[in-house]
Design a protein around this ligand. Structure first.
Ligand SMILES: Cc1ncc(COP(=O)(O)O)c(C=O)c1O
Length: 446
């Protein structure tokens, strides 16, 4: 694999930008810099082509540079629809209509620029609605880069106190410096799929909200146990905290109505981003009218400030409208195609891992998937730490990249299939997996 040009770009940028990248999560090993993307393919600065399963951290559900979306964006620019920054626009209303048609448990929606802004707003709304401050988060969940949630993602065993915690909270392990002590005291990380821990938190602290991805998709694919999300709903009702589903990753990917539609559990609020604009910068907070309307409460002590110069910028709005129209069109059938491709990849991988005698659990929700190298499916982060072969995963990902298949080079990172992937792409991937496994297993034997 050639890295000369990629390394050059990174080194040049690093003189001016700390780490050389605008989002620190993009700092990878190998340090690949990409210059072009179309459909299911990516091209790096050294001219190498990759079949992509990273999807830029999952937004690209239609694939890179979707033609219909690009036409809508160009049309918006040609019509001189700049950001007026004054008054309502017809298009933001149209976007809200298309959006709410999909999301089963939301009366209203408010748009932001990112998923992090959406989760920050949702937490603020929950605090205003309940008059409480404490927040429950999930060990292994990611809900954005702000103070209220930046903790306990891929935490190592030592920092977690060296043991699995059941029925109680984990030690807080921030993923950023700079969170004031007073704010740290308000964050309570618990293990996913542990209702007892949530019960304990509501007795110990004045909980405003529990925020969780309905499927943990920042540590692979960790599914909720049967009855878990329903259990959270019951606890929220009983103890008066708000249940926030962070559907920034699952929304418009697990299904057109997010994971809430699949599991039929109504959150009070849910947050979105990524797939609903196929890679353009826009986020959303949606939910019950009584909570969304706190933005216009007559009581200044309850009123939540929802504002942003770039909220509903016409370009991402045009892109999101085009994307939602395509996702909703039964004649196009995006989700059917995705399911077929994802199933084919899964079945093919199962056969190949079996052929080479490698224990795997392939977890998948629609087009989102992850291979854990272990015998038993993990149901929380601790079990991932205990069971998953991180070293093998890293080796496998690097070997795939060297052979032109781009999965993010970090163990446990979830992969995504787009509508632009083809059956040939999947067949090609399986051929490469075969080749790579043959090489790795042979190398391990000698
Ligand atoms: C589940 C989830 N919530 C929130 C966010 C934050 O979104 P953004 O990066 O757009 O701020 C992410 C980003 O990866 C995410 O995966």
């Amino acid at each position: 694999m050639k890295l000369k040009e990629s390394k050059k770009i990174l080194a040049k940028n690093a003189k001016l930008i700390p780490g050389g990248v605008a989002s620190i999560n993009r700092l990878t090993d190998p340090p690949l810099c990409f210059v072009k993307a179309k459909g299911s393919k990516l091209w790096d600065a050294d001219g190498q082509k990759y079949l992509d399963y990273h999807a830029g951290f999952a937004p690209h559900i239609l694939g890179f540079c979707d033609m219909d979306q690009e036409k809508a964006v160009v049309k918006c620019m040609a019509a001189n629809q700049a950001l007026f920054g004054s008054g309502a626009t017809k298009d933001e209303g149209e976007l809200a209509r298309l959006f709410l048609k999909c999301i089963p448990y939301a009366d209203k929606v408010q748009f932001t620029n990112t998923g992090s802004e959406a989760t920050a707003q949702a937490i603020r709304v929950a605090r205003s609605a309940t008059g409480r401050d404490h927040i429950i988060v999930m060990q292994g969940g990611y809900n954005g880069q702000h103070n209220a949630v930046s903790a306990n993602l891929m935490t190592d065993k030592k920092n977690l106190g060296g043991k699995a915690v059941k029925g109680d909270e984990y030690p807080l392990v921030p993923i950023t410096a700079g969170i004031p002590k007073s704010e740290k005291k308000l964050i309570h990380p618990v293990e996913f799929n542990d209702l007892k821990a949530v019960e304990k938190m509501v007795v110990k602290h004045k909980i405003a909200a529990l925020i969780t991805e309905p499927v943990l998709q920042n540590i692979g694919i960790i599914k909720p146990a049967k009855g878990y999300l329903e259990g959270l709903r019951k606890l929220a009702d009983k103890h008066g905290f708000l249940l926030i589903f962070d559907e920034v990753k699952t929304g418009f990917r697990a299904s057109i109505g997010g994971y809430q539609k699949i599991v039929k559990v109504a959150p009070d609020l849910s947050t979105f981003g990524k797939a609903f604009a196929n890679g353009y910068p826009i986020g959303a907070m949606a939910g019950k009218k009584e909570y969304l309307d706190l933005a216009i409460s007559a009581d200044p002590k309850k009123r939540v400030l929802i504002a942003g110069t770039y909220n509903c910028h016409p370009i991402p709005v045009a892109a999101a409208i085009a994307c939602l129209k395509k996702l909703q069109d039964p004649k196009i059938g995006v989700y059917k195609v995705l399911e077929k491709l994802a199933k084919r990849l899964e079945n093919g991988q199962v056969k190949l891992f079996k052929k080479y005698g490698i224990d795997v659990c392939i977890e998948r929700v629609g087009s989102a998937h992850c291979v854990y190298f272990c015998k038993e499916v993990p149901t929380n982060w601790w079990e991932v730490l205990e069971r998953h072969d991180f070293e093998f995963d890293k080796k496998y990902r690097l070997a795939l990249i060297e052979n032109g298949i781009y999965n993010f080079p970090l163990p446990c990172k979830q992969g995504s299939i787009s509508f632009s992937h083809t059956e040939q792409d999947i067949e090609h991937t399986l051929k490469v997996v075969d080749k790579v496994l043959k090489k790795i297993t042979f190398a391990e034997k000698v």
